[in-house]
Design a protein around this ligand. Structure first.
Ligand code: AMP
Length: 422
C-alpha cells in the first residue's frame, strides 16, 4: 500500500514522503479514504500509530479542494486536551501543508501563554484552528473567531475531551458549531461511557479500530519489577547507571508534582541529568524542557501524567512507571510515549505489595499477564496490607470484601507515598 493509492493529491503525497513516511500506517490506510469521502469517523488507535497524519492529510485536502470564496471563517477545528499536543498537531499540519499550491492558514491556540498574539493571528480569519477547549472559548468570547462555519471537527484524544474536566467547555463549543459538519474522533481507547457520548455525535461513522492488529501496535517490551516503595529511587538510579549507554533518554512517570520535583532532584544530586515536568511549571519552561530533552540535553524527565499524552519524541526508548497510573487507559497513554511509529521501546513498571492488585486491574483491562521480576539487591520485603481490616478475617463478621471494596483498596494503595525516601 502506498500514499498514492489513498486518493490524496500529489502535493500531500509528496509531503508524506518528505517527512519520511514510506507507507501509510494501518490507521492512515483505513481512515484517509473514509475522511476524503466526507464520512464521520471514530478511530481507535494506539498513540504512536500515526493518528495525527491520518486526520491531517485528508483534512488539508478537503479544505483546499472545497475552499469557499469570500472572508475566511474557521472551517476546520481540531480540539486537543493539552497544550503540548496542540503545539505538536499544529506543527504537523503546518509542515504537511508546506507543498500545497494554496497554503491554508493554520492557527494554534492554547492557554498558559498570552492571548494577544493568538488574537492577532486570527485577524482576517483562519482555515484551521488547533486549540485546547478553554483557550478556544476565551478567543470566541473575545470575538476573535467565529465557529459557525466549521465544516470539519476533529477531537484528538477524544476520551480525555469527554472527561468531566472538559465536559462543560466541550458542550459550549459544540453549541457554537453548525449542525451539519464532518466529525472525526480519535482516541487510543473508547471506554463504554465515552463510546456512547462519541456515538451521540457521529452520523453513520466509519469505525476504524487498529488496536490489536499485528504489526500496527508499536513494538513495546513491557517489564514489571517488584520493589518496595521506599527503594524505588535507588532502584531507578541503579537501572539508569546500568543501562547508561543503551537507554539514552528516559521518561519517568510519577503521580504528583511533588514527587516529580523530589525524584528529579535526588537523581540530579546523584549526577544524573534529570528534570521535573508538571503542570505547575510555566508553559514556556515546559516547552524548553521538551526541546532540550529532544536534543538530549536532559537524560531523564520525571513527569506527571501531563506528559502522558501528546508528546512525540522520536527515539524515546524507555518509559518507567515509578508510580503506577491511576487508570488502565493512562497506562496505554504512558507507554505509548515509547516505541513510536514502529520503533521498538521499553516500558518498565515498578510494583510493590500494595500496588500489585491495582496493576492486575490494569493488566486485566488490556488482556496482559506480565511476568514479575526482582532485581538483585532490591528484592521487596514488604507484604500486602489487608484489604479490609487488620484482623485478616475479612472485616465485619460474615461480610467479605466485595469486588468494589477490593478495587477501592487497590486504588488507595496505588496512591503516591509522598514524603518517603527522605
Ligand atoms: P502520532 O500517532 O500521530 O503521534 O504519530 C507518531 C509518529 O509517527 C510521529 O513521529 C509521526 O511523524 C510518525 N508517522 C506518522 N505516520 C507515519 C508513517 N506513515 N510512516 C512512518 N512514520 C509515521
Amino acid at each position: 500500500m502506498s500514499f498514492d493509492s489513498l486518493g490524496l493529491s500529489p502535493a500531500l503525497v509528496q509531503a508524506a514522503a518528505r517527512r519520511g513516511y514510506a507507507a501509510p500506517t494501518a490507521i492512515q490506510a483505513a481512515a484517509i479514504p473514509a475522511i476524503l469521502q466526507g464520512r464521520d469517523l471514530r478511530g481507535s488507535a494506539q498513540t504512536g500509530s500515526g493518528k495525527t497524519a491520518a486526520f491531517s492529510l485528508p483534512l488539508l485536502q478537503r479544505l483546499v479542494s472545497e475552499r469557499p470564496q469570500g472572508a475566511r471563517r474557521v472551517r476546520a477545528l481540531v480540539l486537543v486536551p493539552t497544550r503540548e499536543l496542540a503545539a505538536q498537531v499544529g506543527e504537523t499540519l503546518h509542515d504537511l501543508a508546506r507543498d500545497l499550491p494554496e497554503r491554508p492558514k493554520i492557527v494554534t491556540a492554547f492557554g498558559g501563554v498570552s492571548i494577544n498574539p493568538q488574537m492577532m493571528s486570527l485577524r482576517g480569519g483562519a482555515d484551521i484552528v488547533v486549540a485546547t477547549p478553554g483557550r478556544l472559548l476565551d478567543l470566541a468570547d473575545h470575538n476573535a473567531l467565529r465557529l459557525d462555519g466549521v465544516a470539519m471537527l476533529v477531537l484528538d484524544e477524544a476520551d480525555r475531551l469527554f472527561d468531566l474536566g472538559f465536559a462543560d467547555e466541550l458542550g459550549r463549543i459544540l453549541e457554537q458549531l453548525p449542525k451539519r459538519r464532518q466529525n472525526l474522533l480519535f482516541s487510543a481507547t473508547f471506554p463504554g461511557a465515552i463510546q456512547a457520548l462519541a456515538d451521540g455525535m457521529l452520523h453513520e461513522p466509519a469505525l476504524v479500530d487498529v488496536q490489536g492488529e499485528p504489526g500496527t501496535a508499536p513494538d513495546i517490551v513491557q517489564r514489571v519489577i517488584e520493589v518496595d516503595p521506599g527503594r524505588r529511587t535507588q532502584l531507578l538510579r541503579h537501572l539508569l547507571k546500568q543501562h547508561e549507554n543503551e537507554w539514552g533518554r528516559v521518561l519517568v512517570f510519577v503521580a504528583t508534582q511533588h514527587a516529580a520535583q523530589t525524584v528529579a532532584e535526588k537523581l540530579y544530586r546523584n549526577g544524573i541529568y534529570a528534570v521535573p515536568f508538571h503542570g505547575d511549571i510555566a508553559q514556556g519552561t515546559r516547552a524548553d524542557i521538551l526541546s532540550q530533552f529532544r536534543q538530549s540535553r536532559w537524560d531523564v524527565v520525571v513527569a506527571t501524567d501531563l506528559a502522558a499524552r501528546g508528546i512525540d519524541i522520536a527515539q524515546l526508548p524507555v518509559v518507567i512507571n515509578y508510580d503506577l497510573p491511576r487508570s488502565p487507559a493512562d497506562y496505554i497513554h504512558r507507554i505509548g510515549r515509547t516505541g513510536r511509529a514502529g520503533e521498538s521501546g521499553l516500558a518498565i513498571s515498578f510494583v510493590s505489595a500494595s500496588t500489585q492488585a491495582h496493576f492486575r486491574v490494569i493488566e486485566k483491562r488490556h488482556g496482559l499477564k506480565l511476568p514479575r521480576e526482582r532485581i538483585e539487591g532490591f528484592e521487596p520485603v514488604e507484604v500486602a496490607p489487608p484489604l479490609v481490616d487488620a484482623s485478616g478475617t475479612g472485616g465485619i463478621k460474615g461480610k467479605r470484601p466485595s469486588k468494589k471494596d477490593k478495587l477501592r483498596a487497590a486504588a488507595k494503595a496505588a496512591q503516591p507515598h509522598d514524603g518517603e525516601e527522605s
